[in-house]
Design a protein around this ligand. Structure first.
Ligand code: TRP
Length: 336
């Protein structure tokens, strides 16, 4: 039996951070040996919100390099750039005839972007979910590892696939969100406000490209307080978040030491020393991030190797895309 197809995409609109790693990339790495995986950089999508393309190529290369540095094996998965696969654009065109203006206008992400960029409400923004559906359906993917914020886009992809199948005949299986059991780890910004972000909130986000000193500085200024007022207190979100990070990068012994200190603390007898905890967290974080950063930097300093990898990814993706597109054209009557 052939393996199920997994697909996910990342927009190259900033720097990858810890939230991306623990929310996405770590799972991709686990999936690569189990499934037939397609991971790509959604550079067409980024044009809907980032018309200035001066740093686009560099960002695309960085995302590819960082994905490999995180453990994705370009021999095992198809790691490619969206714009290298023109088949996606043709499927996008067909799907556009199955997508209605009313439903596109109602999507949460569209409304949000209209609010953020009222002077650039372009048609690409409106049809963003159609392009995303084309990304997924072009490989007939059934499992799409994405965060909760992408659920609506996935639902639309299913709708377009169903309409297509109904109108032209069965070509597409229906894609669903997928993550290994349980909740995804949620990582807040170091200020305890909102999530880490590729482009905003930069001082509160730990990037995979941050150098050691930057990591130390950011963690040192992470939000804390005077400590708990009673034993076994519930942790406020910004403290819980520091423990979450500690659990991800430190040894179990370190985690239990600080957990105990926290739980034994009370007003007038504060055992937990946030300063020490942050110092430990910073050093363990550096041990985690530095090898990824260095591997990604090595790759980026070898543009020939990177471009060989990207070409190979495109070949794999185009082979699969062409097979689907042949069926699509045949079903519609646009093929010969
Ligand atoms: N919209 C996704 C995001 O903002 C990126 C994306 C584009 C994507 N095409 C996709 C994700 C296809 C999964 C599948 O994160």
């Amino acid at each position: 039996m052939s393996k199920e197809v997994v697909l996910s995409g990342i927009r190259p609109t900033g720097f990858l951070h810890l939230g991306n790693y623990f929310g996405a990339m770590r799972n991709f790495v686990r999936m690569q040996s189990e499934f037939d995986c397609y991971f790509f950089v959604a550079n067409w999508h980024s044009l809907t919100t980032h018309p200035d393309t001066q740093t686009l190529r560099q960002s695309v290369h960085r995302v590819i390099a960082e994905n490999i540095a995180c453990g994705l094996d370009p021999e095992q998965v198809a790691l490619y750039v969206q714009s290298d696969v023109p088949e996606i654009a043709e499927l996008y065109l067909y799907l556009n005839m199955l997508a209605y203006k009313g439903e596109l206008e109602k999507t949460v992400t569209f409304k949000e972007k209209v609010r953020l960029q009222p002077d650039n409400v372009n048609a690409g923004l409106l049809t963003y979910p159609v392009l995303q559906a084309a990304d997924i359906l072009i490989h007939r993917a059934v499992k799409v590892p994405v965060g909760k914020d992408q659920e609506q886009n996935l639902e639309m992809a299913r709708n377009f696939a169903e309409r297509f199948n109904h109108r032209y005949g069965d070509v597409f299986p229906l894609p669903y969100g997928f993550n290994y059991g349980g909740e995804l780890v949620k990582i807040l910004g170091l200020d305890g406000e909102g999530k880490m972000s590729k482009s905003e909130n930069q001082l509160s986000t730990l990037y995979l490209a941050d150098d050691d000193e930057t990591i130390r500085k950011k963690i040192a200024r992470a939000k804390t307080d005077q400590g708990p007022a009673t034993e076994n207190s519930v942790k406020p979100p910004y403290i819980e978040n520091l423990f979450t990070l500690l659990k991800l990068v430190s040894t179990p012994d370190t985690v239990s030491k600080f957990e105990e200190d926290y739980n034994m603390s009370q007003q007038g007898d504060c055992r937990i020393r946030y300063g020490d905890m942050k110092k430990q967290l910073a050093e363990d974080m550096i041990r985690f991030i530095a090898p990824i950063r260095e591997k990604a930097a090595d790759l980026q300093s070898n543009p020939e190797l990177l471009s060989t990898i990207i070409k190979k990814g495109a070949e794999k993706a185009r082979a699969s895309a062409a097979t689907t597109l042949t069926q699509v054209r045949k079903a519609i009557g646009t093929g010969n």
